[in-house]
Design a protein around this ligand. Structure first.
Ligand code: DGT
Ligand code: CA
Ligand code: CA
Ligand code: ZN
Length: 578
């Protein structure tokens, strides 16, 4: 999604939330929720249209268009700035607690003067919350559980999902500045970790002071923390810290290695350099006697000089990659996919685009096949009945000749509490490909989650398990599973485990991937796209798989259609796939 759209969507959503907190009537709130939805659904870059063009878009009226123009001028919608000032910060803190909505928050705030999480804890312990009208002992229990979950997810790290838009926009703007010869994101963003401490941006230039000054005055920057000749630290709109370094183009490769990290990887590479009679710093690789520059302009050259093959950024975590690169045994990690095996259309309620639109996007992304895995019926809000899937099947058949990608007739099944699935075996057997996911009873213990998932894996029509732990980065932790048992069952039943590529999920995680690869379990890397732009998320899934050392051979959707059908056939026949 274009950066401006993403930021606007977030600002309209925040306006709606703050209006709710300030007690605005629900029609007013609804208007801003509609603005949020319209902005999120827009197919064009809203940062580039004038107000007439904006008003002409579906769902965007005159008032929304005016706010978009204000956003472009000021970086933040003034109404939002104002609301942030007006709504008490204690109230905002309270709605961070999972399960605590704006209405109850206002009640707690206005009637018990609770204005912080600590004050909420104290009031709960004193048993004061249960006496408020409409609340009770059950509410207290829920709030305690919510506070515990908040503690569990509270970290100062930000999900990649929340920074990548700003990061890439800042990179684009930096590259466009005069005198910039190269620019790149470094640090954990370049290594594609699932959460980010701060952003690191590296610029190669002969005019460092000018370039840094220009970056510091960019509209994305809210605050300049420190500005020097070669270093700049700023806070962006969303209070995310960005460290910017300007370096000499001749040292670009060495600097990129240094600032990409990880720190542990750098230490390991420097040790190796020392053993080879050289020193490595952000300024280059130097001979220890005589200070001659051995390498530094490009990363591969520095690694090569140390006898290492090029190490992809996603592998630089000191998990054995330096020794493997020295021995020439670094895995040839997965870089491209032939298909996507988990995605939605507007046949299920939360899909935002038609099958044709999604198929066109899949073809444009270079995919050979795309599985339409709309939700199955046990997902009460938007699942399809068996009859609706039958209708969809006819539509898919009719579309086959008109799209540039092979459409697979798929479903995302719901794993019930005892591992039961949505339809009877006969209905299930008609699908080309089924993902099965846990969408209910997320709070169960590890043993029951593991048992229900393994039961689902034993079904001949379940080809992959979707987003294994249900985590949503920054929102909720995943549930626990006994992962070794899951791996054993995946292997025994010939079921794949999905790396869900949504940056909100990245589930399997990189650690899970590494263990799955070591166990010989087949993976899928799937976008779970609900609209065309989300197919772009596949890159985060690929990066996460790389972080777990997965090769193309480990990934089902790196195979051609015959290879995929063979996997499905073996599962049906109960013969283990390799
Ligand atoms: P983060 O920000 O916590 O998500 O993780 P990173 O890896 O982005 O860490 P950060 O921002 O502190 O530093 C960026 C890179 O700079 C880091 O990956 C390696 C390099 N670096 C920073 N401090 C040191 C250091 O003291 N020694 C070495 N060798 N490298 C460092
Ligand atoms: Ca960083
Ligand atoms: Ca940093
Ligand atoms: Zn899905």
């Amino acid at each position: 999604m274009p950066w401006a759209n993403e930021e606007l969507g977030r600002q309209f959503a925040e306006i709606a939330d703050l209006l709710k907190l300030s007690g605005a009537d629900r029609f007013r709130v609804r208007a801003y929720e509609r603005a949020r939805d319209a902005v999120n659904a827009a197919r064009v870059d809203l940062g580039e249209l004038d107000s007439d063009e904006l008003s002409a878009l579906e769902g965007i009226g005159g008032s929304t268009a005016r706010k978009i123009v204000e956003f472009r001028l000021m970086g933040e919608i003034p109404m939002l700035t104002e609301l942030r000032r007006e709504v008490p910060s204690g109230l905002i803190a309270l709605v961070q607690v999972p399960g605590l909505g704006p209405k109850t928050a206002r009640q707690l705030h206005d009637q018990l003067a609770i204005d912080s999480l600590d004050a909420l804890r104290t009031a709960l312990d004193a048993g004061r919350v249960r006496d408020l009208p409409g609340l009770g002992v059950k509410t207290e229990e829920n709030l305690r559980a919510g506070l515990a979950r908040l503690d569990a997810t509270a970290t100062r790290r930000t999900p990649l999902a929340d920074v990548i838009g700003v990061a890439e926009e800042l990179l684009i703007r930096t590259r466009a500045l005069p005198d910039v010869s190269e620019a790149a994101l470094a640090g954990s963003v370049r290594r594609v970790r699932d959460t980010i401490g701060d952003l690191d941006l590296l610029v190669a230039t002969q005019a460092p002071a000018d370039v840094l000054r220009r970056i510091a005055s960019d509209q994305l920057v809210r605050d300049v923390v420190a500005l020097g000749d070669t270093k700049l630290t700023v806070l962006t709109l969303r209070d995310l810290q960005v460290d910017v370094r300007a370096v000499d183009p001749a040292a670009w490769g060495a600097a990129l290695i240094y600032f990409t990290g990880s720190k542990a990887h750098n230490v390991r590479v420097r040790e190796l350099a020392l053993r080879r009679g050289a020193t490595l710093s952000e300024y280059g690789l130097f001979a220890r006697d005589g200070d001659a520059l051995l390498a530094g302009g490009d990363e591969a050259g520095v690694y090569a000089h140390l006898g290492l093959t090029m190490i992809p950024p996603t592998l630089r975590e000191d998990r054995g990659e330096v020794a493997a690169a020295a021995a020439g045994t670094l895995p040839d990690v997965v870089t491209t996919l032939r298909g996507d095996l988990h995605g939605h259309s507007d046949w299920s309620g939360d899909g935002r685009a038609s099958i044709e639109e999604m198929a066109a996007a899949a073809a444009a992304a270079g995919l050979e096949y795309w599985a339409v895995t709309d939700h199955a019926e046990a997902l009460a809000i938007n699942g399809l009945t068996a009859e609706q899937f039958a209708q969809r099947r006819a539509v898919l058949a009719g579309l086959a000749e008109h799209v540039d990608v092979t459409l697979l007739d798929g479903a995302e099944l719901n794993i019930g509490v005892d591992g039961e699935l949505d339809y009877d075996d006969e209905v299930l057997a008609r699908f080309d490909f089924c993902v099965a996911s846990v969408h209910s009873a997320l709070g169960r213990d590890a043993a029951s989650q593991t048992a229900r998932i393994i039961t689902a894996m034993q079904h001949p029509s379940v080809h992959a398990i979707g987003h294994l732990t249900g985590r949503k980065l920054g929102l909720r932790p995943g549930f626990e599973v006994h992962f070794d048992e899951i791996l054993e069952a995946a292997l025994r039943t010939g079921t794949a485990l999905e790396v869900n590529a949504s940056p909100r999920r990245l589930d399997l995680s990189d650690d899970h991937v590494r263990r799955a690869v070591d166990a010989g379990v087949t993976l899928t890397i799937s976008s779970d796209a609900h609209q065309p732009s989300e197919l772009d998320n596949l890159r985060f899934g690929i990066a996460t798989a790389q972080r777990g050392w997965a090769r193309a051979a480990d990934v089902l959707n790196c195979r051609d259609l015959d290879g995929l059908r063979d996997f499905v056939e073996r599962k049906r026949a109960g013969t283990r796939s390799s």
